[in-house]
Design a protein around this ligand. Structure first.
Ligand code: ACO
Length: 328
């Protein structure tokens, strides 16, 4: 059974906020942000919602796949910033699309979320539970940022990306399988507190609690060290599992946290930066949405050729990480 991506889509808020715009709101500068991260701007939600952006991205992916929403059988959404505790984002998107025949649920794995949702859907498809799936990474991170904390708020943005997966019987004469060839995932909860955003505290008739809302906090240097050490290893493991060599990979689409992290990963893999397209300059870090938005951008620029081999890789809070190898 081959499981292939047959459509992609993305959506970001209209408002583009440059580093200079932020420097008028807080003590920061374009020079500081750009030199440490590569980020030049981010898009921030004003009227947009996580569900609205996810549904827009999903609609485009369905259109490219040549499918109606009613044909969808599974929706798996990854987000850390849904519009509500209940219902989940996937059910909200199901409603927005009119995908009344799908089963819809969320997975939570922060910036690795799209890899975890793709792997979940891949397993459902390969086991024959369904024949197609919509996978989504969508975030409105701006609502969980402390806008008085310049060390975190300048890094993140809002947006959504989606892809439609389809299961196809493997042609026994096919020389090389297509679609998702391998996935490797990992987590380390013991190091989770280096990047966190706490939920509401206990509050009931037996506990009086007026703790203020929590926002994202991060030990940037620990996250940096984790990323540059773990991401090359998980990519190598996924490539080996696919029976390929790293040199044979055409494109590496990495979570867009920081240009310096991506450069360090490229160096450790002995691969040229031309194989690592980026869009963090425009969008910043959009957690679960960053990999599917980059995939959509790169595909729309004609950078993925039929038969091309690509790696998708994510890493983030949890700690979580993952990589998948696909033949397009
Ligand atoms: N503008 C100006 N100065 C700033 C800003 C800002 N926005 N933010 C922090 N500073 C100051 C600090 O106050 C500090 O000043 P001080 O020396 O006077 O105390 C100085 O800059 C250095 O601060 P550091 O936090 O040590 O800066 P660092 O060089 O480590 O860069 C960064 C921070 C970019 C976050 C870096 O640690 C990094 O790249 N980490 C990787 C983590 C990452 O990218 N996370 C993204 C989210 S996680 C994920 O997606 C997996």
């Amino acid at each position: 059974m081959n499981v292939r991506i047959v459509g992609t889509g993305s959506a970001v808020p209209k408002l583009r906020v440059t580093n200079d715009d932020l420097s008028r709101l807080m003590d920061t500068s374009d020079e500081w942000i750009k030199s440490r991260t590569g980020i030049e701007s981010r898009h921030l939600a004003v009227e947009e919602t996580t569900t609205g952006m996810a549904a827009e991205a999903a609609g485009k992916a369905l259109q490219e796949a040549g499918m109606t929403a009613e044909e969808l059988e599974l929706i798996v959404a990854a987000t850390a910033t849904p519009d509500r505790f209940l219902p989940n984002l996937a059910c909200e998107v199901q409603s927005a699309l009119g995908a009344k025949n799908a089963v819809a649920f969320d997975v939570s794995a922060a910036c690795s979320g799209f890899l975890f949702s793709m792997n979940t859907a891949d397993m459902y498809l390969k086991n024959g539970f369904c024949k197609n799936a919509l996978i989504i990474g969508a975030e409105t991170l701006s609502k969980i940022m402390d806008w008085n904390d310049r060390s975190t708020c300048v890094l993140f943005g809002d947006g959504a990306g989606a892809a439609v997966l389809r299961a196809e019987e493997t042609d026994s004469t096919e020389a090389q399988p297509e679609g998702i060839l391998s996935t490797v995932l990992g987590t380390d909860g013991a190091r989770g507190m280096v990047l966190r955003c706490d939920n509401r505290p206990v509050n009931n008739p037996y506990v009086q609690n007026d703790t203020a809302l929590s926002y994202v906090s991060m030990n940037g240097q620990e996250v940096y060290k984790f990323a540059v050490k773990t991401v090359p290893k998980v990519i190598e493991a996924a490539v080996e599992k696919a029976g390929l060599a790293v040199d044979k990979i055409d494109l590496f689409l990495l979570h867009q946290a920081n240009y310096r992290i991506i450069e360090a990963v490229a160096k450790r893999l002995h691969q040229p930066m031309e194989k690592f397209p980026t869009n963090l300059q425009e969008y910043g870090n959009i957690s679960a949405a960053s990999v599917p938005i980059l995939l959509d951008n790169v595909k729309n620029h004609g950078m993925i050729k039929k038969g091309g081999k690509i790696v998708l890789a994510g890493f983030g809070a949890g700690l979580t990480w993952g990589a998948s190898v696909l033949r397009w």
